[in-house]
Design a protein around this ligand. Sequence first.
Ligand code: E4P
Length: 218
Amino acid sequence: MKFFIDTANLAQIKEAQELGILDGVTTNPSLMAKEGVVGKNNVLAHYKAICDIVDGDVSAEVISTDVQGMLREAEELCEIDPKIVIKIPIIADGIKAIKQLSAREIKTNCTLIFSSGQALLAAKAGATYVSPFIGRLDDISTEGLEIIEDIRAIFDNYGYTTEILAASIRGPMHIINCAKIGADVVTAPLSAITALLKHPLTDSGLAKFLEDAKKFNV
Ligand code: E4P
């Protein structure tokens, strides 16, 4: 399973990259705004800074809602770096834009997916990734993981190569459950990724080993 980090924070992206397990980055306009990145030139420069840190795909989201605007933005974003993946919302114009970009072999990430039907349409249009938001479904008392299961079954039935990029991850159990179901990618905050490292028996076991090691170090 691929690990993406879901942030526009350069320090956190560097930390995940240094851990050696990072396969890519996803951003969205809210995450960019959270880092205080405003103005078109600053946004483009920030995407470049992210691309310079990581080896893998970097999703950059369009803010147009019409197909021509999306395609225009895609052109500009693609010029930043070959790692850029065009992130497009699942609306009718989004599907049209994905279809055109996929015909030109430009990678796309179809975002704001909340149903398996939406994911099916995005795959049919040729999206590279679909991003089902499981945490936001959990937030409204709906089992977010079920959508990952449904999309996995549908894509496997027809051999769609579109990758399931589980998004809106809230914690380590989301990551583990997505891996059990067979999501291709999870995009998670750094805290959810590093939480996978933690176990109290590891901490106490290591403390005991280090204590005992002092006996033969003297
Ligand atoms: C997906 O790519 C989005 O950036 C993200 O996962 C949304 O997560 P949130 O529900 O925590 O905002």
